[in-house]
Design a protein around this ligand. Structure first.
Ligand SMILES: *Cc1c(COP(=O)(O)O)cnc(C)c1O
Length: 395
C-alpha cells in the first residue's frame, strides 16, 4: 500500500514514518542536533542551496520536525507543509509573508483572539489594508472580496461561538479576484475537515490543541501548494519562529491517536450539547452539530464530524459563571482546548482576553459564555459533573 493511499487513521500513525529509523527504532528519534555535518563539500553546498535533499541547520529544517510536517501534509492532502514554534507563529508568518504595504486582506470578526490582534494592531501599521466582516454574513464577505484583495483569511468553526463559514463558497469568490485563501483548521482538525479539498489554498493548525492532544507541547503547521508554502517557509527561516525537535516529537506521538480521540470527542460533544440545550439553567448552546445551530447545514456539508468544542451561555451574567465553573470537578479551568482532559473557561480569560468587553459584545460573545472543550473522559461522568454544578445554580 502506498503512503498516499492511507486512510486518515492509518496516516495518523504511519505517515512520514514508513522509512526504517536508525538502529531499527520503531518510533521517530528526537534529533536535537542544531547543525548537520558533511564530509563532502560539494554535497554540503548542494543541500545548502536547495539542489539536494538534506539538513543543514535546525532553524531551517530538522529530521524530527520533518516527520511531523509529512504527517500533516498527508492528513490535509497537501503538496507541501512547514512548521512553526506555535500556532500564532504559523498565522503571523503566513500573513506577513503574503501581505505588505498596499495589499488587502479580507477576514471575519470572529477569528482567534491572537489573529484578531494581528488584524487590528499589527498589520495596519505595516501598510496592510484590513477588512473584517460579520462572521456569519457570507454576502457581505463576498462583496468585500469582490472589491479586490490579496488574501482571504478564514477560520471555521470559530472561537468561541462555533460559527461556521462556507469554505467552498468563499474560495470561489476569492479565486475570482486572484486572492489566496487561508483557513485556520484548528477547531475541526484534519479528521473532521480538509479545507484544501474544499478549495482553500493554505491551511493552518495550532498543533498545540487537538493534534498534540495532551496540552504538553506547542507548535504550528501550514499546508498547501509547494510554491505558497515555500514563500512562507523562506520568511520563517529568517524570522526564526521554528519548531524544535522535542515538541515536534510530542506532537507526532499525540497525532498517532488523533482519529481515535476525535471520534470520541465528536460523539461526546454532541451528547453534551444535546444535554445542555434542554437544561433550565442554560440560556443557549453553540455547537455546529445541533440542528438548531445556524451553521448546521454548511457544517454537515463540509465536515465529517462536528468537533470536540462547544460553548454555552448560562442564564445570568459573569457572576453566574464565577459561581458555576469552580463547582466542576472534571475540568481544568484553563486556556487552551483539544486535550485528552476536558478544559473550560470564559472567553474573557481565555481566547478573547486580548479584547475589551465592548469588543467582545460587538462579536456577540455573551459575558455568561463558557467554552467547553470535551476531553476523552467517559461522557456520562462529564454529564454527571455538569449536572451537579448546574443544579447548584437553580436552587
Ligand atoms: C490556540 C489557537 C491558535 C494559536 O495557537 P498557539 O499554538 O497558542 O499559538 C490559533 N487559532 C486557533 C483557532 C486556536 O485555537
Amino acid at each position: 500500500m502506498n503512503e498516499s493511499d492511507f486512510r486518515k487513521g492509518t496516516a495518523s500513525v504511519w505517515a512520514g514514518e514508513t522509512d526504517r529509523f536508525l538502529n531499527g527504532a520503531t518510533t521517530t528519534p528526537i534529533i536535537s542536533s542544531v547543525a548537520f555535518s558533511y564530509d563532502d563539500l560539494d554535497e554540503w553546498h548542494a543541500v545548502a542551496t536547495g539542489k539536494a535533499d538534506g539538513y543543514i541547520y535546525s532553524r531551517n529544517t530538522n529530521p524530527t520536525v520533518h516527520v511531523l510536517e509529512e504527517k500533516i501534509r498527508f492528513l490535509e492532502s497537501a503538496e507541501a507543509a512547514t512548521s512553526f514554534a506555535t500556532g500564532m507563529g504559523a498565522i503571523s508568518n503566513t500573513l506577513f509573508a503574503l501581505l505588505g504595504p498596499g495589499k488587502r486582506v479580507v477576514s471575519i470578526k470572529d477569528t482567534y483572539g491572537g489573529a484578531s490582534r494581528l488584524f487590528l494592531d499589527f498589520l495596519p501599521p505595516a501598510g496592510v489594508i484590513v477588512t473584517l466582516c460579520e462572521t456569519g454574513n457570507h454576502e457581505e464577505i463576498e462583496i468585500e472580496i469582490a472589491k479586490g484583495c490579496d488574501v482571504v483569511y478564514l477560520e471555521t468553526p470559530t472561537n468561541p461561538t462555533l460559527k461556521v463559514i462556507d469554505i467552498k463558497r468563499l474560495s470561489l469568490a476569492a479565486h475570482q479576484v486572484g486572492a489566496i485563501v487561508v483557513v485556520d483548521n484548528t477547531f475541526a482538525t484534519p479528521i473532521n475537515q480538509n479545507p484544501l479539498l474544499l478549495g482553500a489554498d493554505l491551511v493552518i493548525h495550532s498543533a498545540t490543541k487537538f493534534l498534540c492532544g495532551h496540552s504538553d507541547a506547542m507548535g504550528g503547521l501550514l499546508c498547501g501548494s509547494a510554491g505558497l508554502v515555500k514563500k512562507v517557509f523562506q520568511y520563517r527561516e529568517i524570522t526564526g519562529a521554528s519548531l524544535q525537535a522535542d515538541p515536534a516529537y510530542m506532537i507526532i506521538r499525540g497525532m498517532k491517536t488523533l482519529e481515535l480521540r476525535i471520534e470520541r470527542q465528536n460523539a461526546s460533544a454532541l451528547i453534551i450539547a444535546n444535554y445542555l440545550k434542554v437544561h433550565p439553567a442554560v440560556e443557549d448552546v453553540f455547537y455546529p452539530g445541533l440542528k438548531s445551530h445556524p451553521g448546521y447545514d454548511i457544517a454537515k456539508e463540509q465536515m465529517s464530524g462536528f468537533g470536540g468544542v462547544l460553548s454555552f451561555a448560562l442564564k445570568g451574567n459573569y457572576e453566574t459563571v464565577k459561581a458555576f465553573l469552580p463547582k466542576l470537578k472534571l475540568v481544568h479551568l484553563a486556556a487552551s482546548l483539544g486535550s485528552v482532559s476536558t478544559l473550560a473557561g470564559p472567553p474573557k480569560t481565555t481566547s478573547h482576553v486580548e479584547l475589551t468587553e465592548e469588543q467582545r459584545a460587538l462579536m456577540g460573545i455573551p459575558e455568561s459564555l463558557i467554552r467547553y472543550s470535551v476531553g476523552i473522559e467517559n461522557v456520562q461522568d462529564l454529564i454527571a459533573d455538569l449536572e451537579q454544578a448546574l443544579e447548584g445554580l437553580i436552587s
